[in-house]
Design a protein around this ligand. Structure first.
Ligand SMILES: Cc1cc2nc3c(=O)[nH]c(=O)nc-3n(C[C@H](O)[C@H](O)[C@H](O)COP(=O)(O)OP(=O)(O)OC[C@H]3O[C@@H](n4cnc5c(N)ncnc54)[C@H](O)[C@@H]3O)c2cc1C
Length: 474
């Protein structure tokens, strides 16, 4: 196995090698010598401060292939960046080569077939804009600048997840540059093992230059309930919500959040900073029908703020944008699936939310099941889908001085929730793999060995390793 662990400074490469790369590469090559280096290397999580030796900003498949070959020929470690939202910072690397797809954002919709081909560096805002032009929607992220690449390869939870399943469940094909620089298509009829592995196995198997998705008719307007109750009503709101989500139609996807109203001009000054428990849901279908069905979520107690309404679907996926701006918040996230939330766990969640070290901390609990759990665990790499809820501890803060206490709070909270779960985490909401358990093993369950075998077939040297890494079987 080749050792890509060697720390190689790009500056130490022989000049000819870099020159040759420059000559064949279509996009920009950015290094520490360039004035825009800091802006280009910036990731979503402000806490990650990796400095790649070189950033290869690809313009298309050709550039991706050239970048892979350049890295291989020079034994460089690589990181692959989609939109750079991953909180673990897996899109970047110190000293090595960042293969940056963030300029590859074209979305091509086929309105007749109701499908889209989406380039590997597009974000969900790009997809929503282009698909909604035809009254269609793709099951993707709820913040518009989140990347299609990382989100899809890790699963993908949308505001209509219970109707459509995860993003991977709507993936019908992928164009992939493999670790040896070759280019293949993967689907249910070509390279089926690779296609299966990419549905939840993350960026382990290759660089996806285009994703092919099935789309749904939706919008342009949908009903969104977003009701914020004062934190003193947390118990009442949560108990109601847990019961509300017990027997829901697939058309309703629902979250319970514990947050503080941000210091932002969008909110009345007297409410800013107040801690709240929010009940948020989107209805997939007629907005009027949705308004009726979601009304109970707005009547649990007297809300501090009710932001509910019939709004464009594109606006639903921009609702959180102003408060989660790239490069503004240090972030340390951990997540776990739980089968159910009993009284004991509910109190734990509320007590911990009340102890949140900063007002930017978000505890979000997503109701799952519906179409998600109708896909058997061996159908995709993702693994077990039986969890009724996903608990995500999204700890965020502004001041570096708070780093230690915020990380410690998250780890302790995670360990407590772990007692109520089967140990499966959602890698897309995970800053690291710390903790006593083998998180990869726990999460992929019975799919783990098969994933290791497929990794050995497509990437025997573990060239793609800056991710939720699956080591190749020997
Ligand atoms: C503000 C915010 C909102 C979010 N909202 C949601 C949400 O609604 N639903 C949800 O499910 N998740 C959500 N997430 C989590 C999200 O799924 C992950 O952060 C995901 O990694 C983002 O993808 P990206 O392409 O931006 O990530 P990046 O940081 O660019 O990459 C993440 C990983 O994926 C790999 N990768 C990225 N693109 C490719 C590609 N084309 N080919 C091969 N490998 C690739 C990278 O190498 C890296 O290992 C959110 C995260 C944030 C910070």
């Amino acid at each position: 196995m080749k050792n890509y662990d060697a720390k190689i400074e790009i500056d130490q490469l022989n000049g000819q090698s870099l020159e040759n790369f420059h000559a064949v590469f279509g996009g920009s090559l950015v290094s520490g010598k360039d004035s825009d280096f800091d802006a280009v290397r910036q990731l979503w999580n402000k806490m990650i401060d990796k400095k790649p030796g070189l950033i290869a900003q690809c313009t298309g498949v050709h550039d991706v292939i050239q970048a892979v070959k350049f890295a291989r020929n020079n034994n460089l470690k690589v990181a692959v960046r989609g939109a750079g939202h991953n909180v673990a910072g897996n899109a970047s690397i110190d000293n090595g080569l960042m293969i940056d797809l963030s300029n590859m954002r074209t979305v091509m919709v086929d309105p007749k077939k109701k499908t889209a081909v989406v380039q590997g560096g597009a974000n969900w805002g790009d997809v929503d804009r282009e698909t909604q032009a035809f009254g269609l929607a793709c099951a993707g992220g709820v913040v518009s600048d989140t990347g299609v690449g990382g989100l899809t390869l890790g699963g993908g939870l949308s505001w209509f997840r219970r109707k459509a399943g995860m993003s991977i469940d709507n993936l019908i094909g992928a164009d992939v540059v493999l670790a040896d620089g070759s280019y293949v298509h993967a689907s249910d009829s070509e390279n089926q093992d690779l296609f299966w592995a990419m549905k939840g196995g993350g960026g382990n198997f290759g660089i996806v230059t285009s994703f092919h998705f099935n789309l749904y008719e939706l919008g342009p307007e949908v009903m969104m309930a977003a009701c914020l109750y004062p934190r003193k009503e947390a118990e009442k709101a949560m108990r109601f919500w847990i019961d509300f989500t017990r027997d829901l139609p697939d058309e309703i996807s629902s979250d319970c959040i514990h947050w503080a109203i941000p210091k932002h001009p969008a909110f009345p000054p007297e409410l800013q900073g107040q801690r709240v428990t929010g009940l948020a849901s989107m209805y997939f279908g007629s907005a009027q029908e949705g308004e009726k069905l979601l009304q109970p979520l707005r009547e649990v107690a007297t809300p501090l703020l009710d932001l509910s309404g019939i709004i464009p679907y594109t606006a639903v996926n921009k609702m959180f944008d102003p408060f989660l701006v790239k490069g503004t918040l240090n972030s340390y996230w951990k997540s776990l699936y739980v089968e159910d939330i009993n009284e004991e766990l509910m109190h734990l969640l509320i007590n911990r939310a009340n102890q949140a070290p900063t007002n930017q901390c978000l505890l979000s609990i997503r109701n799952l099941q519906g179409a998600i759990s109708r896909v058997h665990e061996d159908m995709t790499a993702f693994g077990d889908r039986s969890g009724r809820f996903l608990v995500s501890i999204d700890t965020m803060w502004e001041d570096d001085a708070d780093n230690d206490r915020c990380v410690e709070y998250t780890k302790e909270f995670f360990d407590e929730v772990h007692n109520y779960s089967n140990g499966q985490v959602y890698f897309n909401f995970n800053s690291d793999m710390s903790g006593s358990q083998d998180l990869a093993g726990d999460s992929f369950g019975s799919n783990y060995q098969k994933l290791k075998d497929i990794k050995a077939k497509y990437d025997p040297d573990n060239f793609f390793r800056i991710n939720a890494n699956i080591k190749p079987s020997k």
